[in-house]
Design a binder for this molecule. Structure first.
Ligand code: MTE
Length: 468
């Protein structure tokens, strides 16, 4: 008799109901350190074995499809899945590859969201790259990357960046949005090194009435330079961890990730973390940059792609701009089309995946259902970020202090797993999961469809298909 198998197919969730409508010092040679970009780097102690470190696997080279594009200077990993054709590059890693790399993602597999071309910055130009701090400040100034590294205390910590479009494919299946189809791998975690932005702003001294900080990149796009803004008080709050970063996983930034300098905003959608930083502008109002207004918003669900062009005031309403991430999770194993034999030796299957929340909030539970939400079981959760949080005073990584013990906020994804008897999987028609954070924000059962297809976070569903 042929063995009965269970095909576990990760079909995107269709919602149950349709949408109603520092200090300079000599470079230290570190194990695995790429030597191409010689940035000043100091490592007080050799701590590289004490903390989870980024994988260095994968080989990058200029890919054939990039040769005839403005990105012909950028080396990329061929495993990345391109989501918008050849150019600009928007890509995610195969989900299981991303999961298998562990807590930290190598720069090879880190997702990329580029609105246009990647600005050129040769290795020998890194230290001379400048950006300004201007607008409503008493002391505007321009800073080079060398100044940033030499004159300010450096910090290193892990941050999970998540594109607001993560899991958008599920929205597009229900109803086409204006965005391209991200799977569930539109997120990645890296060790970022740089200067807390509050330290730079303290020097510039914002003046009374200032409320926002705008960021602008060097990528000139059809609608101007890419730019956006966040609130000034978030930048001044060290707990928020907003950083001007010049190192990723101990290396100079990869061109796709902002070489030579970018903003990193933990707990918020990736769209606010401006790459190839040129200007920091303190203002009274939110950014009027085209990309701040027409991107990274969750508009009311009745606004459709057809109607949306006529509604400038709706688009401009800052109430619909999104900042903090919402609670979200995905199943990574079983992977799509994985086969499991029911009459084999395997008695249980370890279902595994990731979860995250926003605004620094920690995931406190992950629940799994095999009967469409009638009953739930609890998965165990692992937060590798805690190893950095518990770093002793004075520990440094890649030249940046890891003093995060005082911070109540949580900036990274976590992992969860649950053993399920194979017989129970065989009886079920799907596996669904939902996460909850410390503020009791849980993932909804139903999808909130919106015109840009952002922040999609209903229960994640994996369909079980039985074959003889
Ligand atoms: N910054 C600039 N200058 N240009 C961009 O196109 N894309 C933003 C943000 N910063 C973007 C940018 C978006 S939408 C995201 S999700 C993140 O960068 C992605 O960062 P990554 O490509 O390093 O993963």
């Amino acid at each position: 008799m042929a063995a009965e198998t269970v095909a576990l197919r990760s079909i995107p969730t269709a919602p149950p109901s349709p949408p109603d409508t520092a200090k300079h010092s000599q470079a230290t040679s570190l194990a695995g350190e790429r030597q191409s970009a010689s940035l000043p780097l100091h490592s007080k102690k050799n701590l590289l074995k004490s903390y989870p470190l980024p994988p260095q696997n994968g080989i990058k080279s200029v890919q054939a499809q990039d040769v005839k594009t403005p990105d012909n200077h950028v080396e990329r990993d061929p495993r990345l899945i391109r989501l918008t054709g050849v150019h600009p590059l928007n890509c995610e890693a195969p989900l299981t590859d991303l999961y298998s790399e562990g807590f930290l993602t190598s720069e090879n597999l880190h997702f990329v969201r580029n609105h246009g071309h990647v600005p050129v910055c040769e290795d020998e130009e890194i230290l001379d790259w400048t950006f300004s701090i201007e607008g409503m400040v008493q002391h505007p100034f321009t800073l080079s990357v060398q100044d940033l590294i030499e004159s300010y205390e450096q910090a290193t910590y892990p941050v999970t960046l998540v594109c607001a479009g993560n899991r958008r494919k599920e929205q597009n299946i229900v109803r086409k949005s204006k965005g391209f189809s991200w799977g569930p791998a539109g997120l990645s975690t890296a060790l970022w090194t740089g200067v807390p932005i509050g330290n730079l702003l303290a020097q510039a001294k914002p003046i009374r009435g200032a409320r926002y900080v705008c960021f602008e990149g060097a990528d000139k796009l059809p609608n101007g330079y890419y730019g956006t803004s966040v609130k000034l008080n978030w930048c001044l709050n060290a707990d928020k961890g907003i950083m001007v970063a010049h190192r990723m996983n101990g290396h100079a930034l990869h061109p796709d990730h902002g070489k030579p300098v970018r903003i990193i905003i933990p707990g918020q959608i990736g769209g606010r973390s401006v790459k190839w930083l040129r200007r920091i502008i303190v203002t009274k109002e939110p950014s009027d940059n085209w990309y701040h207004i027409y991107d990274n918003r969750v508009l009311p669900t009745m606004i459709t792609p057809e109607a949306s062009a006529d509604l400038p005031n709706t688009w401009k309403d800052e109430n619909y701009a999104i900042y903090d991430l919402n609670t979200n999770s995905a199943i990574c194993f079983p992977q799509h089309d994985e086969m499991a034999a029911l009459d084999g030796n395997q008695r249980t299957y370890k279902v595994r995946g990731y979860a995250y929340s926003g605004g620094g909030k920690r995931i406190t539970r992950l629940e799994v259902t095999l009967d469409k939400g009638r009953s739930w079981r609890l998965a165990s959760i692992n937060y590798p970020e805690d190893q950095y949080r518990n770093a002793p005073d004075g520990d440094e990584l890649y030249g940046g202090k890891m003093d995060m013990w005082w911070r109540e906020t949580c900036f990274c994804w976590c992992f969860w797993e649950l053993e399920i008897p194979m017989t129970q999987l065989a009886d079920a028609s799907d596996i669904m999961i939902r996460a909850m954070d410390e503020g009791l924000m849980t993932q909804p059962r139903d999808m909130y469809w919106s015109v840009l297809g952002m922040m999609n976070n209903p229960w994640y569903r994996l369909v079980i298909h039985k074959e003889d």
